[in-house]
Design a protein around this ligand. Structure first.
Ligand code: FAD
Length: 544
């Protein structure tokens, strides 16, 4: 009895400290402050714009050298209201569009609703949490050495990645994938390999989200400053006749609308000091343009002084389309976010359940219900091949720019969607999922249910339930893996330096030609760490 009682007390205390009270456990960083406390003028060796998925690991790494690092993040802290980042609140946090929420909604010119992160930790604070590494071809494209990448992934995983709990719905879909031939069974692995696997998640077993902001635990607190609600309006350049423009500072505004300027330190080896744009695939091309780097005619038409005519800024924007089916099941089961993936070459299948997916629909405006009896089996494919563009709509940095992704313009993408949909349908009809299906619901009914949902602003066609091509086009949603706009070889070189100017890099998803792995967050954090290490090495060479 005595022993049992002690064990029970231990379990309760452990659960309390390990999960329920994450708010009290959340790291306290003395170097994270509101931008209202920033001086009017300051000087740093590195200024990072955007404390997101790439920005946090990059800043933490750079601060471990001899340099002083400034991070300017337009959003607030994920640590102030930790209920918002619990797994069960995924959809309500994502669909909260109040002015200081973590998510800024936008609708692309394709008529597809989408979201941008606006919080320290960036996309890792609002995403689905699935964590998996990239295929080797990504490392080649990103110019990252395999051994450095491996160490950098491990550096990230140590702080925020967890082996997921075996949720009933995830296990059922996992069995369904194996049953329909998505083989082999790869068990639990972060690796991107053909077959069915359980991957990592950034949610711990108590449903608390861990984010890229947690990587700031690696930072040297004496060498880093992070300002919140610090909205960067532009990068300023030193331009002398005949010389390349050189980035010298950034102008940002705090929550009270007060202007601040941060400059790069003007040291003898000032070429080692740099500004790094890590504002994401929408924010980075947008800020380059607002700072005068972009297509000259368009910039001039908005009254922006041209620093460098660079027509490739904002080109090659791409977003992986999401396709899938929603199933209504009879009995209530615990909700889950994606932890299982089926990979068949370029086709990736994942699943989530229990959420009120209708609140993702356009114009729903309704607060998300806590739980539903709905499962969503969804797919993505590598790439995509279709590409679009980003253009400034105004000179206000808080306005979303115009973005068009041109979903399914490439025939290849449509073929991949149809292949993926066939696998989704096979899984839905598998024996493993039979107890989660109402017997009289046909596949056609499920297709029709999706076609009828206002998931986008695109027209619906009569043949959308009979032609999978039309179904893909009419029901397209975002997988939120948009990328491009500052591509390697076009806007930045293989060291992520902006071509044509000095002291400026871009490090985030805007540099990608395709979205890595089944899901990109692992590789974006890995990139922040890897390129941070590379910058530290080259700085050491400069100062020797
Ligand atoms: P971000 O993480 O968005 O960072 C950019 C940062 O810059 C933001 O914090 C932003 O506030 C800040 N910023 C922008 N402009 C300014 C400015 N002017 N001044 C100051 N700061 C600025 N990936 C996965 O791997 N697994 C998933 O399960 C998954 N699910 C997803 C679900 C959703 C709903 C979303 C939105 C994304 C999902 N992703 C997932 C994708 C992944 O989260 C993103 O690709 C990734 O976070 C992008 O990283 P980034 O560094 O390029 O940009």
């Amino acid at each position: 009895m005595g022993l049992k009682f002690i064990a029970l007390v231990f379990v309760v205390v452990f659960a309390y400290f390990n999960g329920l009270n994450y708010a009290e456990k959340a790291p306290k960083f003395s170097f994270i402050q509101e931008a209202t406390s920033a001086p009017e003028v300051s000087f740093y060796d590195y200024i990072i714009i955007g404390g997101g998925t790439a920005g946090c690991p990059l800043a933490a790494t750079l601060s471990t050298g001899e340099s002083n690092v400034l991070v300017l993040e337009r959003g607030g802290s994920p640590y102030t209201n930790t209920t918002k980042v619990r797994m069960k609140n995924f959809i309500s946090t994502l669909t909260d569009n109040s002015p200081d929420s973590f998510s800024q909604a936008f609708v692309s010119e394709d008529g597809v609703p989408n979201n941008r992160a606006r919080v320290l930790g960036g996309g890792t604070v609002i995403n689905v949490g699935f964590y998996g590494r990239a295929e080797p071809s990504f490392l080649k494209q990103a110019g990252v050495d395999e051994a450095v990448a491996k160490d950098s992934y491990a550096w990230v995983e140590k702080k925020l990645v967890h082996k997921p709990v075996a949720f009933e719905w995830q296990s059922a879909v996992r069995s369904g994938l194996l049953e329909v031939g998505v083989l082999p069974d790869n068990g639990f692995t972060y690796a991107h390999i053909n077959g069915t696997k359980t991957s990592g998640t950034i949610f711990d077993r108590n449903g608390n989200r861990h984010t890229a902001a947690d990587l700031l635990q690696y930072a040297n607190p004496n060498r880093i400053k992070v300002y919140l609600h610090a909205v960067v309006h532009k990068i300023t350049f030193r331009t002398k006749d005949g010389c390349r423009p050189k980035a010298e500072g950034v102008i940002f505004y705090d929550a009270n609308g007060r202007k601040h300027t941060a400059y790069l330190k003007n040291e003898s080896n000032s070429r080692a000091s740099e500004i790094v744009l890590s504002a994401g695939a929408i924010g980075s091309p947008q800020l380059l343009m607002l700072s005068g780097i972009g297509p000259a005619a368009r910039l001039r038409s908005l009254g922006i002084k041209v620093v460098l005519d660079q027509p490739m800024v904002g080109r090659d924007m791409a977003d992986n389309p999401l396709y899938g089916l929603i199933i209504s099941y009879p009995n209530s089961i615990p909700l889950s976010l994606a932890t299982v993936a089926g990979i068949v070459d370029k086709i990736y299948i994942e699943t989530v359940n229990g959420y009120d997916f209708s609140s993702l629909s356009l114009g729903s405006g309704a607060p998300a219900n806590s739980t539903t009896n709905l499962g969503f089996i969804l797919g993505k494919f590598k790439g995509p091949t279709s590409e679009g563009y980003l253009e400034l709509k105004s000179t206000n940095v808080s306005d979303n720019p115009n973005v068009r992704f041109n979903y399914y313009h490439a025939a290849d993408d449509l073929r991949n969607c149809v292949r993926g949909m066939k696998t989704v349908i096979d899984v839905v009809n598998s024996e493993s999922l039979s107890r989660y299906r109402f017997r009289n619901t046909t596949t056609r009914d499920l297709l029709k249910m999706m076609v009828d949902l206002p998931v986008n602003l695109r027209p619906r066609h009569a043949n959308a339930t009979t032609s999978l091509e039309q179904y893909c086009i009419d029901t397209v949603m975002t997988f939120w893996h948009y990328h491009g706009g500052c591509r390697i070889g076009k806007v930045v070189d293989r060291d992520y330096k902006v071509i044509g100017v000095d002291s400026l890099r871009v490090i985030d998803a805007s540099t990608f030609a395709f979205s890595p792995g089944t899901n990109p967050q692992a590789s974006i954090m890995m990139l922040g760490r890897s390129i941070g290490l590379r910058i530290l090495r080259s700085r050491r060479r400069w100062s020797n």
